[in-house]
Write a protein that binds this ligand. Structure first.
Ligand code: NDP
Length: 230
């Protein structure tokens, strides 16, 4: 049966994606690092019996990714929409304090994770699946004006390249792969001062996702649907 898979679904935009997808009757696989502690997700699973499967996934751990792929196969679930939402940032970096650890941390979660997960799930994707990689305008090389969150920005630029590579690799299956920015959103990552609520950002992103056409394959889009310069 066709499902939407959302990573990093225990809080923030991931949780809101799950809420809105369930509200419109979709079947969802929600992944998070510790399902036992994901209380809002487990509550949603109780409220939507048969529509929400919660599974563990820590990115980009190969064993965790392989275990998820095995579980989806065992449950005979196919993925029509993969939302690579999980992501991480490094706070307080400036020139002089950038550390290898921070670069690794951001790259692992934001670039290696989505790429390796998509590769592992390629066989479980529906023929015209959509793959949505949550990127950021901070990953736009063309839009760079200051050294701001460098580990994060570099990792999202790498995610953009991964998105482009996947769009080429999966084109013959009719897949549509996009890098999609949610805007600046009030979550743990975005902070309390962000202009958008998670509900409005996700509603806008779902409108963009619903409207994706084959000609959008390999594009970098904002939640408004406007193109962002790479
Ligand atoms: P949050 O920090 O609120 O949530 C991040 C989610 O990702 C959590 O579920 C977290 O799990 C999960 N996660 C982080 N690292 C890993 C990992 N290594 N393996 C598995 N799961 C992981 O972020 P947002 O909801 O705000 O962001 C969602 C996406 O949107 C991210 O990709 C982010 O970069 C992007 N984005 C957000 C913006 C914003 O303004 N909020 C702006 C631009 C882009 P756990 O709870 O276990 O830590």
């Amino acid at each position: 049966m066709t499902h939407v898979l959302v990573t990093g679904a225990n809080r923030g935009l991931g949780l809101e994606f799950v809420r809105q997808l369930l509200a419109r009757g979709e079947r969802v696989v929600a992944t998070c690092r510790q399902p036992g502690r994901a209380l809002p997700l487990n509550r949603l699973a109780g409220e939507h019996p048969g529509h929400l499967v919660v599974l563990p996934l820590t990115l980009p751990e190969p064993r965790s990714i392989a275990e998820l792929a095995r579980e989806l196969e065992a449950l005979d679930l196919r993925i029509g929409l993969l939302i690579n939402n999980a992501g991480a940032t490094v706070n307080g970096e400036r020139l002089g304090t950038i550390a290898l650890e921070g670069l690794h941390h951001a790259f692992d979660a934001n670039a290696a994770g989505p790429l390796l997960l998509t590769q592992a799930l390629a066989q479980r994707l529906e023929p015209s699946a959509r793959i949505v990689n949550l990127s950021s305008s901070l990953g736009s090389i063309a839009g760079t004006r200051a050294l701001y969150t460098p580990s994060y920005a570099i990792s999202k630029a790498a995610l953009n390249m991964a998105s482009k590579l996947l769009s080429v690799a999966l084109a013959d299956r009719g897949a549509i792969v996009v890098a999609l920015s949610p805007g600046w959103v009030r979550t743990d990552m975005g902070g309390a001062g962000a202009p958008l609520g998670a509900d409005e950002s996700v509603a806008a992103m779902l409108r963009v996702i619903d409207g994706l056409k084959p000609s959008d394959n390999g594009r970098f889009l904002a939640q408004t649907g406007a193109a962002i310069d790479w």
